[in-house]
Design a protein around this ligand. Structure first.
Ligand SMILES: Cc1cc2nc3c(=O)[nH]c(=O)nc-3n(C[C@H](O)[C@H](O)[C@H](O)COP(=O)(O)OP(=O)(O)OC[C@H]3O[C@@H](n4cnc5c(N)ncnc54)[C@H](O)[C@@H]3O)c2cc1C
Length: 454
């Protein structure tokens, strides 16, 4: 017996003309994300499905949905493009999935600032921004499929982070508008530091309806591949050029074990070589190429995105972040992955020790980024051959003992994933924006803990 049957009927009556989806295949598709990257999450989350999907087109419709869900006590899980990796938009308690993708209006683009509805695809915003000489300051490698709201509520960093830091750094996300889940929903505006109350909160504490993002002046980026004789040389090069005057938007190192998954790039990333994928500013190309040579490498490809497209080659950003993982998973489902932040200062020998310890059970992949206004660092996203959950945690233990900060990709709560500690500001904001705890239940551990009987 579905515990929500009666409330669903009453909820639906209050929706007026708001679009709903209820066919089993639609419910299944809109209840999933990329949690299957993790065999552990796959086992836990497969089959969790919403009872109904609602697709609002206006802010008034979002308010109507929030009011009706609060009145009838229905769980609400907000969804953007559904590209999260950790089951962030999987409805653990059934109820309603609130699909934001029809809230896709770009409201304004001014010099350095864009205001958009939260369901706008990042790619659509990028295209519009470029028409007026502007660009996103960063985006996930899922640029084409992810929404602005989903990136803010579920993401953290990405392509552009080597130039502009991570999403939470001041000046990247300027403000958000949030609808509360109450019988009388409120529309709240969070500005500056207050944006952190909902950033990476997995949609547990309010429905983001509008976002104001900072933009940067457009740069004509060239997508480069450089190859090296060893992975140590590749990472030494990346570490060496961070913070120089070479204008970079992406800097990704992958070891030679990835070549079977990049067969379409074999001419530029041949077997036996280790590659650095990068986006390099037009004016920095010569210096970049010379530095690659100075570190023992050679550039094998350097083209703008339009030219890559014409040659049916992928842009560098689709060879980076979790697209790298995807390349391997498409060919071989026995891989999974880990995510961690390298120690500060960067330990040049860590990858060598990691390979010595785990051999072909792991493949190294690192993303270089601006960690603080003055310091550069790297995120590791190694592939790991999946055997058991216990083995995943043994490998994480090794990395943690080596000074890395683990972002466990095999868990679905905010705190276990990367936060590690309870974010009191997010918890306090949940009390205010979702007092009945209906939003994405089960994802914020701190909330569940305070509700558990003593
Ligand atoms: C191949 C691949 C590559 C990736 N690369 C990156 C990367 O480079 N950087 C990175 O940070 N992440 C990356 N990710 C993870 C994911 O793509 C990003 O976090 C992405 O921005 C999520 O956007 P989305 O619209 O798909 O959000 P969804 O997956 O739909 O949602 C993500 C979370 O946000 C919540 N949410 C969505 N919209 C709203 C809203 N309007 N209001 C409140 N809550 C909301 C959802 O409930 C969910 O908890 C990658 C994932 C894959 C599969």
């Amino acid at each position: 017996m579905n515990p929500h049957t009666d409330s669903l009927a009453r909820f639906t009556e209050e929706l007026g003309g708001i679009r709903v989806l209820s066919a089993p295949e639609q419910l299944r598709r809109k209840s999933r994300d990329f949690f299957w990257y993790s065999p552990i999450l796959n086992e836990q989350l497969e089959g969790r499905t919403a009872d109904l999907v609602v697709v609002p087109q206006t802010e008034d419709e979002v308010v109507t949905i929030a009011r009706a869900a609060a009145r009838h006590g229905l769980p609400v899980t907000v969804r953007g493009g559904g590209t999260g990796n950790y089951g962030q938009c999987v409805p653990l308690a059934g109820g309603v999935v609130l699909d934001m993708t029809a809230m896709n209006r770009i409201l304004s683009i001014r010099d350095g600032v864009a205001e958009v509805q939260a369901g706008v695809l990042l790619h659509a915003l990028q295209q519009e921004a470029e028409k007026v000489g502007q660009q996103l300051r960063m985006f996930p490698s899922t640029l084409r499929a992810a929404t602005v709201g989903g990136f803010i509520a579920g993401g953290s960093a990405g392509v552009g982070s080597v130039r502009n830091g991570v999403l939470k750094d001041p000046g990247n996300v300027l403000s958000v508008q949030v609808v509360t889940l109450e019988e009388t929903p409120r529309v709240l505006e969070l500005q500056g530091e207050d944006v952190q109350k909902v950033h990476h909160a997995y949609g547990t504490n309010g429905i983001i309806t509008r976002v104001t993002l900072a933009l940067q002046a457009a740069v004509h980026w060239y997508h480069s591949i450089a190859t090296f004789g060893s992975y140590a040389d590749a990472t030494r090069f990346c570490h060496g050029i961070c913070g120089t005057d070479i204008d970079l938007f992406l800097l990704t190192a992958v070891e030679s074990g990835f070549t079977p998954y990049y067969k379409h790039l074999a001419e530029y990333f041949p077997p036996g070589s280790h590659a650095v994928f990068a986006m390099v500013g037009e004016d920095s190309r010569e210096r970049y190429r010379a530095q690659a040579r100075a570190f023992g490498g050679q550039e094998t490809l350097c083209l703008p995105e339009a030219e890559l497209h014409a040659r049916r080659l992928p842009p560098a950003y689709e060879c980076a972040y979790n697209h790298t993982t995807l390349q391997a998973l498409k060919a071989d489902k026995s891989w999974t992955y880990l995510q961690f932040e390298h120690p500060h200062p960067f330990d040049l020998d860590l990858c060598t020790r990691f390979k010595q310890r785990f051999g072909d059970e792991v493949l190294c992949h690192d993303e270089f980024l601006r960690a603080t206004p003055t310091e550069y660092g790297a995120y590791g996203l190694p592939l790991v051959r999946f055997t058991t959950a216990a083995r995943q945690y043994e490998i994480m233990d090794f990395l943690e003992a080596s000074g890395c900060l683990i972002f466990d990709p095999h868990v679905y709560t905010i705190e276990d994933g990367g936060m590690k500690t309870i974010d009191q500001n997010q918890l306090a904001f949940k009390r205010l924006a979702d007092p009945a705890g209906l939003m994405n239940p089960g994802k914020m551990k701190a909330w569940e803990a305070q509700r558990a009987p003593a």
